[in-house]
Design a protein around this ligand. Structure first.
Ligand code: ACK
Length: 290
């Protein structure tokens, strides 16, 4: 039960409380490619003998190295500590080989995919505001657990139903220290266009820098999945941001929601809203205001 070390050997084929045994897991079709691995749809037979749909994340063979395994295990260890309806749930890990992370299956995939397939059906003030509220609720919970996400983006928001969005992808997540921030030691491969100035300038990550990324995420939503800063390089985009430029108001975005985005993108992190304020903003604004 209390063991995070997944490298110890376990020759017992039966299910134990730490690992999912290979025979309880069936891998189906591939549903997506991440940077280091693939995601499959699959079936997991739980302890009661019931078959449930799951998403199985693996490391691609050509990507199995110490660094990627570390990222993979960090994601597992963060997700093991989280328990919230607005956050994708980890079911367990299977040592394989190959090493597999088993998560609850969110049938509709990411909001990017959903928006692409349902352009005509979506009412921005309904779906987008509801998803924004759910993301803020999940992020507020994450803040209470003292984690920074560091990769909040539309690609990492998944839908269980059109009315239930959840936050996923905790590979970059870290616990914050006493000072409420995490200082990264190396750059790594960062999603610069989603990052706050203090993050790309000083490698400093906090709940406030997650709030900045939240602003970019809702911008992507109200832009129906457009790419922030188009195909500009991240290094170019951050120069514009440093000089005071911000992403433009999307056509489908009401003025008062764009104002919230601009507040999330305040250079001074202390002037950005908190996630608990964002929850209130997106839960309380009546639709007919727009
Ligand atoms: O947009 P998508 O279908 O949603 O494509 C990506 C792909 O895998 C690579 O990340 C999908 N994905 C990731 N985790 C899950 C999950 N728990 N349930 C369903 N789809 C998932 C994601």
């Amino acid at each position: 039960g209390n063991n995070n070390n997944i490298s110890h050997t376990n020759n017992n084929n039966n299910e134990n409380e730490d690992y999912i045994s290979l025979d309880k897991l069936k891998r189906g079709n591939i549903i997506g490619e991440g940077e280091f691995g693939s995601v499959y749809k699959g079936t997991y037979v739980n302890l009661k003998g019931e078959a449930t749909s799951v998403a199985i994340k693996t490391l691609r063979e050509d990507q199995v190295n110490q660094n990627n395994i570390k990222t993979f295990l960090v994601e597992v260890q963060v997700m093991q500590k989280l328990d919230h309806e607005c956050i994708v749930r980890l079911i367990g890990i299977c040592k394989g080989p190959p090493l597999q992370m088993v998560q609850e299956y969110l049938a509709l995939g990411s909001i990017l995919q959903y928006m692409d397939a349902n352009k005509e059906k979506i009412r921005p003030n309904h779906e987008f505001k509801m998803w924004a509220a759910q993301i803020a609720i999940g992020m507020n919970y994450l803040e209470q657990q003292r984690f920074v996400h560091r990769d909040l983006a539309a690609r990492n928001i998944l839908l269980a139903t059109p009315e239930q969005a959840k936050i996923s992808d905790f590979g970059l997540s870290r616990m914050v220290g006493m000072e409420d921030f995490y200082r990264a030691s190396t750059g790594g491969k960062w999603p610069l266009k989603w990052y706050a100035p203090e993050s790309y300038n000083y490698a400093q990550f906090s709940h406030k820098s997650d709030v900045w990324s939240f602003g970019v995420t809702i911008w992507e939503m109200f832009s129906f999945g457009a790419h922030p800063w188009g195909d500009m390089k991240g290094a170019e985009a951050i120069k514009l941001i440093d000089s005071g430029q911000r992403l433009e108001q999307p056509n489908a975005c009401p003025k008062n929601i764009y104002d919230v985005m601009l507040q999330c993108w305040d250079f001074d992190m202390n002037r950005r809203p908190t996630f608990s304020e964002l929850v209130k903003i997106f839960q309380s604004e009546p639709e007919h205001d727009y």
